[in-house]
Design a protein around this ligand. Sequence first.
Ligand code: PXP
Length: 241
Amino acid sequence: MKLGVNIDHVATLRQARHTPYPSIAEAIRAVERGGADGITMHLREDRRHIQDEDILTAHQYLNTRLNMEMAATEEMIAIALKVRPADCCIVPEKREELTTEGGLDVIGMGERLIRACQELSNCGVRVSLFVEPDTKLLKAILATGAPVIELHTGTYANAANEKAREAELQRLESMAATAHAAGLQVNAGHGLDYENVAAVAAIPEIAELNIGHSIVARALFVGLEQATREMKARMLAARSA
Ligand code: PXP
C-alpha cells in the first residue's frame, strides 16, 4: 500500500506571509525520507497555496512520483501538459470552498471530462478521477478511459457518529471492490488522519492513500519526515492486521 503526501499546506504557510519559506523542495525531500511514495500538489484556480512555479520546478527535487491535482479547465490542462506529472487527479473545484468538498460529477461533466482524460493520457499522464464511493458512477467512470479513481473519504472522516461512519465505510468497501473488479486502480483520500486511517487502509483493493492536512499538522511537533513515517506505519500495520 502506497502513501502520497499532499504538501499544499506547506505552501499555505508560505503564502500566509509571502515569504520564500517554508521550502517546497525541503518538504519534498523530508516526506520522501519519511517513506512517501509520491507527492501531491493541488494547483487551485485561485492559487491560494501551490503556485505555478512550485509545480513547474517539482521535478528537480522529486525522487518519487508527482501527482498534480487540478480541475478539468483549459488553463489547468495546458499547465499539466507542460509539467507532464506522472499522475493527474481531476477534482471538482469551487472558489469559496475551504477544501475539495465532494467527488466529480462524472455523469454531468460528460464529454468535457472524457476529452480532458484523453488529452492528458495522450501525453503519457496517468489520469485519476476523484469520485464519491457510489457504484452508480462506475459506467460513466469507465467511459472516460481513466485507469485510476480516488475515492473521496471526506464523508467517512466527518461522520457525526459511529453508525454513519460504518455506513460510509461500507460504501467505500463496496465501491473499491466493484471498481477494482472492473480493472481500475483504486486510491482514496481526504480528511484521513492518524486515528481514522486504519479502517480505510485495511480495504484490500485500495492501492494508495493521499493524505495532507493531518501530516502537515503533525509535522509542527515532530517534523515532516517523522510525521510521514508515522502515517505510513499506521497504514501498513492496518493492512497487515
Ligand atoms: N485527495 C484529494 C483529491 C484532495 O483534494 C485532497 C485535499 O487537497 C486530499 C486527497 C488530501 O486531503 P487532506 O488534506 O484532508 O488529507
